[in-house]
Write a protein that binds this ligand. Structure first.
Ligand SMILES: Nc1nc2c(ncn2[C@@H]2O[C@H](COP(=O)(O)OP(=O)(O)OP(=O)(O)O)[C@@H](O)[C@H]2O)c(=O)[nH]1
Ligand SMILES: O=C([O-])CC(=O)C(=O)O
Ligand SMILES: [Mn+2]
Length: 625
């Protein structure tokens, strides 16, 4: 029996017809094999129709994976108390022979496939399987990659409808020519709260050879939403092979003088400010998490991989995040996850208003002071609680840029992380290579609640992408360097640090200061302001920042604040170069030699400056020099 015949027996007539309309034997074979293996009691195939999308939304409520809230179109979803973040330990790249690759979590492909298949055998008995088609990137564009998702979680399918462009028609159009990614997910057995029960058997296995990702016994979006971080491993591999960039970056428009539009990307690790930057009130958002950048006629063109936001809700308050606040309080389609709910209303940590002392949250019934099994007090919402919403609902979305099949020209690329004591708030690289190596490849950031495990540990995280890396790091960096050489107009590279602290641990900057750094970078892209040359790149002049603080935030910016924030901290900077060099030499290996040369030059500049001016050098010293 061929695959289509098997599918005809497995599916109800109406569902079968939807599959049959796609002329792709490879897809048929994949579906027949997995439907037989997973043994769902029912299969629903989603086309691009409103009706099918609505069916999925409804099923998330019907099966209890989501509950209705008071506001129309708002729902809440809970993940298991121990399934609240990405599980790095159980996320593995399947490679032939289980070849060890530094910093990557690999596993023998045959063994991994055997294990995951065993865990998934018959796992959907008594459940409904959703077969969904989406695309990464804008439709019918140079960026488009089709993907098919199999999942028994209506919540996962629902999230994908909010976050990605529909792809059923694209599959039909492409027919046999479609080269597509595949995702197979099962939440596994659910408990009475409809959360995954068998967390000890949670696995996320990425088959790089077949461009297929398997995920089982988990619901948390970062472990399950195929097109998000699971596809990301596949697109990084593809990009490095084909000579473009697939990045953990926001994409936004910064509005310059006289209506000038300049687009920026920004790579910061999870929970380090991508969404909050892309949502700065004066500017416009295109994307907040994943960006494809292609070289087109010597220009870097970027597009959002997604069309929605799976954003962190903790700390969202009306003062700092007025637009997100407004969206979260309007009756548009939103899934709140792992928040506190009381009388049908969602509440979260640090929302800037009084929140109830009891209700339901990610731990079940909750009251103030409740402790978990480990004796830790449970906050109202989880630190990694999130909201899922389409970008079309944001008044500040740049829709033209979002849907442009050619993307937008990237004027600047920003790197940043949680760094308490080393980098200044903003600086510009001397050139592409200097930026790629001393800013991107040298990025370190403190760990956060976006992944399971301890927080606040400074960790090497090149390009904010290490968690998702799927090729040897040296190859990835080489591709970056070569990418710049292909361009006749390379984006300028910048580094930011929103997380500087003083001796007492207090933040040196306010959350909205980044609005000023953005305006400064926009001016720099066009050569509209001068800057001060330091050993680590160009930094802003005090007068320019003072003027911008006044114009943008209507705030004073004192010389003292500037001096403290922009002091060049030579001992910390040198120690960092030592750490980074050691990692690349001893752990990563097989790194382009240029990396060491550029680090060495930076070290020399710092040593010379220290010789002349001492350990901590005021920015005014360089300005005068
Ligand atoms: N102190 C400080 N905290 C900030 C600043 N900007 C953002 N944050 C905090 O950073 C956290 C989340 O940042 P997001 O912008 O949601 O993170 P993201 O980079 O989009 O993360 P992912 O969605 O996990 O990839 C929140 O807890 C914010 O309060 C800042 O300028 N200063
Ligand atoms: O993928 C997720 O779980 C959310 C996210 O953006 C990240 O962790 O970087
Ligand atoms: Mn992310």
């Amino acid at each position: 029996m061929n695959a289509l015949e098997r599918l005809e027996r497995l599916l109800e007539r109406e569902q079968f017809e939807k599959i049959k309309a796609i002329d792709n034997p490879e897809l048929h074979a994949f579906l027949a094999e997995w439907i037989e293996w997973l043994e769902p009691s029912k299969v629903f195939v989603c086309t691009d129709s409103e009706e099918d999308e609505l069916y999925v939304r409804w099923k998330a409520l019907y099966y209890g994976e989501e509950k209705m809230l008071e506001t129309p179109n708002h729902t809440v979803h809970y993940d298991n108390y121990y399934d609240q973040a990405r599980d790095k330990a159980n996320t593995k790249l399947l490679v032939p022979g289980g070849k060890e690759i530094p910093f990557l979590n690999t596993k023998d492909r045959d063994e991994g496939l055997r294990e995951i298949r065993e865990l998934m055998r018959g796992v959907m008995r008594g459940k409904e399987l959703f077969v969904c088609f989406f695309v990464l990137g804008p439709k019918n564009s140079i960026f488009t990659i089709p993907a098919v998702q199999l999942t028994d979680s209506a919540y996962v399918a629902h999230s994908e409808f909010i976050l990605y462009r529909k792809g059923y028609e694209e599959f039909k159009r492409l027919g046999r020519n479609a080269r597509f990614f595949r995702f197979v997910h099962s939440a596994g057995e659910l408990d009475e709260r409809k959360t995954s029960r068998n967390l000890d058997k949670r696995r996320i296995y990425i088959d790089l050879l077949d461009e297929t990702v398997y995920s089982v016994n988990t619901q948390y979006g970062g472990n399950t939403i195929g097109l998000k971080k699971l596809a990301f491993r596949l697109t990084i591999q593809k990009a490095v092979r084909e000579g473009w960039l697939s990045e953990h970056m926001f994409l936004m428009r910064v509005n310059g003088p006289n209506g000038r539009k300049t687009y920026f990307t920004g790579a910061y690790p999870s929970m380090c400010g991508k969404t909050s930057t892309a949502m700065i009130p004066w500017e416009n958002i295109v994307g907040d998490d994943l960006t494809f950048i292609l070289p087109v006629n010597g220009v870097a063109r970027g597009a959002n991989v997604e069309k929605g936001v799976f954003g962190i809700i903790q700390g969202v308050n009306p003062e700092d995040d007025p637009i997100i606040w407004q969206v979260l309080h309007s009756p548009v389609e939103i899934i709140f996850s792992n928040v506190l709910v009381k009388d049908g209303r969602p509440y979260w940590n640090e929302m800037g208003i009084e929140i109830p002392d009891e209700g339901e949250n990610h731990s079940g019934k909750w009251w103030k002071g409740k402790k978990d099994a480990e004796g830790n007090e449970i906050p109202p919402s989880h630190k990694n609680a999130r909201f899922t919403v389409s970008l079309e609902h944001f008044p500040n979305v740049d829709l033209e840029a979002l849907e442009n099949p050619c993307g937008v020209e990237v004027g600047g690329m920003i790197f940043g992380g949680r760094d308490r004591d080393t980098w200044p708030p903003v600086r510009e690289a001397f050139d592409w290579k200097h930026g790629v190596i001393t800013m991107g490849a040298s990025l370190e950031s403190e760990t956060t609640a976006a992944t399971l495990g301890k927080e606040g540990i400074r960790a090497f995280n090149p390009m904010a992408i290490l968690d998702f890396m799927s090729v040897p790091l040296g190859d990835y960096i080489r591709n970056y360097l070569r990418f710049g050489e292909k361009l006749r107009r390379a984006p300028k590279i910048f580094a930011v640090n929103y997380f500087l602290r003083d001796e007492n641990g207090n933040w040196l900057n306010h959350k909205l200061d980044k609005a000023v750094w953005l305006k400064w970078m926009e001016l720099r892209v066009h050569g509209d302001v001068d800057a001060i040359e330091t050993p680590i790149g160009y930094i802003p002049k005090y007068e320019d920042l003072k003027r911008l603080f006044r114009e943008v935030l209507n705030k004073d910016y004192s010389r003292e604040a500037y001096e403290k924030q922009f002091t060049i901290r030579v001992p910390e900077l040198l120690a960092k170069i030592d750490r980074i060099e050691k990692i690349y030499r001893e752990q990563v290996k097989e790194v382009p030699e240029e990396l060491f040369e550029v680090l060495e030059e930076e070290r020399k500049r710092l040593l010379e400056a220290r010789e002349r001016y001492g350990d901590y050098i005021s920015p005014f010293t360089f300005e005068g020099a």
